[in-house]
Design a protein around this ligand. Structure first.
Ligand code: G3I
Length: 379
């Protein structure tokens, strides 16, 4: 056992906190500089168990294809996760083979898998500009699209009503590069329905399932760049406007596909954004977290430490500032990650963005995530 941060050492650290406040701070910061180990037994300290001790549901995205064909992967998923979000099965291109039909079979399989294994189920996404079916462009018009969207939401949310933890009602609705004053992405939903499609979508979801937490899910809210700040500003502007007129937006989803090259996240702009979200009464779901390692060093040990530190730095910023009911990674094992296909490394080595390695063994990232859970209580 070479873990530098076993649970026992954390508990003794925590116990000493009350008596030795400054000592504890020092201990935390020295632990931060030490390598993050990955040698806990997964059964003993699974992510879901460590998260739940702090009031957080831990989960991940997965596909029916992988969970149904790879028994070892499925067992690891169940061992680590308390929440499952379908990676593709609830997207329009899978769910809507024709304008007037629904194919719930793959998503139902995942819903049953979650239920059978005592996991909660999360829905992603109801209204997104990507992964639309081939028929959409020629079928959708300004005359029929509002009805099409509302029917989609009431049917899909209604199908899982009372059995869903949360729904990403709108996903990636912002694109400040377009320079619309409201910051919204125009294609296709604003062009076809108008900017109030967002209000309509949230109202329809609330009506179809009053129990599910309704989320506005966004990418690129986490980084320092000016365009990320523009996105944060436009999101706050939209939230104030829409919450002010009673739109039932209940949480923000921070996708959190984090650049491995980002050293810290506690910059004043991001911190102030998170405080504003909390002041608006909204919860925060860390909805799709992983670390993009395409530009990190080839050496696996070095790369894993950098990835682990990014997880720790990021969660250590977000968790203490927000009400975070759930943290999800976009996949659980490096065996299956979108990053391998979408952000491949130049040296062609396998991406290492997730808490379990390709052999389903805990990576240093797993220890980093659990350490962040231990340091901040969820709400
Ligand atoms: O459905 C076909 C399947 O029949 C075929 O065998 C396979 C072979 O290539 O392709 C399958 O569809 C692909 C699907 O993933 C399942 O693997 C799609 O072409 C591909 O576009 C799709 O990519 C997904 C992407 O969203 C687009 O929907 C990624 O897996 C998924 O990780 C990614 O997830 C997004 C979130 O929804 C939103 N935030 C960003 C995140 C990462 O891009």
């Amino acid at each position: 056992m070479n873990s530098v941060f076993s649970r026992r050492s954390f508990i003794s650290g925590a116990a000493s906190m009350a008596a030795f406040g400054p000592f504890f701070q020092q201990e935390i910061s020295s632990r931060r500089n030490a390598p993050i180990g990955g040698s806990r037994g997964p059964q003993e300290n699974s992510l879901k168990e460590m998260a739940s001790r702090h009031g957080i549901l831990y989960g991940a995205a997965a596909t029916k294809t992988h969970l149904s064909s790879d028994k070892d992967f499925a067992a690891s998923f169940v061992e680590q996760c308390a929440l499952l979000v379908p990676e593709v099965e609830l997207k329009w291109d899978v769910l809507r083979p024709e304008p007037d039909s629904f194919n719930f079979q793959p998503a139902d399989w995942l819903h049953n898998f979650a239920e059978k294994n005592q996991m909660k189920f999360r829905g992603h996404p109801l209204v997104w500009f990507q992964s639309l079916p081939k028929w959409f462009d020629s079928f959708a018009t300004p005359q029929n699209t509002r009805k099409l969207m509302l029917n989609h939401i009431s049917t899909v949310v209604g199908h899982y009503a009372g059995k869903t933890h949360s729904w990403d009602v709108v996903n990636e609705a912002l694109d400040p590069n377009e320079k619309r004053p409201d910051g919204l992405r125009s294609k296709p939903w604003v062009d076809l329905i108008g900017p109030d499609y967002i209000d309509d979508a949230f109202h329809a979801a609330a009506q179809a399932d009053p129990k599910a937490l309704l989320v506005w899910n966004e990418n690129h809210l986490e980084t320092r760049e000016d365009w990320a700040q523009a996105k944060r500003d436009r999101l706050i502007q939209n939230l104030k406007l829409r919450l002010g007129r009673g739109v039932p937006i209940q949480a923000i989803g921070l996708q959190s596909h984090l650049p491995g090259t980002s050293p810290t996240f506690n910059n004043p702009q991001f911190v102030s954004f998170l405080k504003t979200i909390t002041d608006l009464g909204l919860k925060v779901i860390v909805s799709e977290m992983d670390i993009i390692d395409s530009d990190l060093p080839a050496d696996v040990g070095n790369r894993d430490q950098i990835v682990a530190n990014v997880y720790l730095n990021y969660l250590s910023t977000v968790l203490p500032l927000c009400r975070v009911p759930a943290v999800l990674t976009w996949g659980i094992s490096n065996r299956y990650s979108w990053i391998s296909a979408y952000k491949p490394r130049k040296d062609n080595s396998q991406a290492r963005p997730l808490p379990l390695d390709a052999n389903l063994q805990p990576s240093p990232a797993l220890a980093a995530i659990t350490r962040a859970f231990e340091e901040a209580d969820g709400h």
